[in-house]
Design a protein around this ligand. Structure first.
Ligand code: GTP
Ligand code: MG
Length: 266
């Protein structure tokens, strides 16, 4: 078994990659992890990465876990390609990119462990597969709100994509002001021994919503913050402003589009 090393622990390649994210203690937004940072020590509520690894080995689940993670990595690539294809075609038609950026992330083993514990599920590969829908994550950042819904519709219109769950926090924002469209989809991944269906969480948001969410995320995981109440209020007000800005930008774009259509007809 080939091995990589994280914090001096010898790990098989795949699991090593999956674990090589930023310090989980501070609960980073893994989509924001640009660089692969090696962990000094992972510890959530006293559970270390070694504990998680030991648990998997103890239950003879280590290889199955690696395989499952690999399948989710492939599922991410599949959905990413689908979105890239849509982006290419839509930009040919409209002369602009429907999305500005895509970020992907695979949930780290320690986060998987922590979520399973929190929800009271047994830490087995079958249970992870059945109960967690966001191991594979893709965040699509668009310029305009209407592009979010177009991308969603085109993606869900594809034969091999099944919608499992949808949360429209754009139409129904969270009380804190959070806006984004979340869908969980299931897609086939073709392995040597046949097809497996895997779930991927896709989050769509505008650039402005993304900007807001990254700042709000900082508040969520920072302890002992001064004037938290005021900050929460300011964030809620800013979320409304972000929404107004998004809608205005779209109206302006529609006017510009309308004008260029008129020009074409001259
Ligand atoms: P978890 O997946 O356990 O978080 O619960 P859930 O399935 O009910 O979550 P939901 O679909 O509402 O959100 C999943 C993801 O969306 C989170 O992991 C974040 O990336 C993002 N998200 C949701 N709500 C917020 C929020 O209020 N602020 C920010 N910054 N991000 C959020
Ligand atoms: Mg979720």
């Amino acid at each position: 078994m080939s091995a990589s090393s994280v914090s001096g622990i010898d790990l098989p390649d795949n699991i090593g990659n999956a674990m090589s994210y930023k310090d989980e203690k501070r609960k980073p937004d893994l989509y924001e992890s640009e660089d692969v940072v090696k962990l000094d020590f992972q510890n959530i509520n006293g559970t270390t990465i070694e504990d998680v690894q030991r648990l998997l080995v103890m239950h003879n689940q280590f290889e199955d876990f690696r395989k499952l993670m690999m399948e989710y990595e492939c599922a991410i690539s599949e959905v990413r390609t689908k979105l890239d294809v849509l982006n290419a075609e839509m930009s040919l038609r409209t002369d602009r990119n429907p999305f500005e950026s895509i970020k992907v992330r695979l949930k780290s083993p320690i986060s998987i462990y922590e979520k399973m514990e929190r929800r009271g599920y047994p830490f087995t590969v079958k249970s992870i597969r059945d109960n967690l829908h966001d191991i594979a994550g893709i965040r699509v950042v668009c310029s305009f709100i209407d592009d979010i819904y177009k991308l969603r519709d085109y993606l869900l219109g594809q034969d091999d994509v099944t919608l499992v769950e949808e949360k429209d926090y754009i139409a129904n924002p969270k009380p804190n002001g959070y806006r984004s469209l979340h869908i969980i989809i299931e897609i086939p991944v073709f392995m040597v021994e046949g097809k497996v269906l895997r779930r991927v969480e896709v989050q769509f948001r505008t650039i402005a919503m993304d900007f807001w969410a990254s700042l709000e995320h900082k508040l969520k995981y920072k302890k002992d913050i001064e004037n938290a109440e005021t900050i929460i209020e300011e964030l809620a007000i800013s979320a409304d402003m972000v929404n107004q800005l998004d809608r205005r930008m779209q109206q302006i774009r529609e006017k510009i589009d309308g004008n260029s259509l008129k020009e074409e007809n001259v």
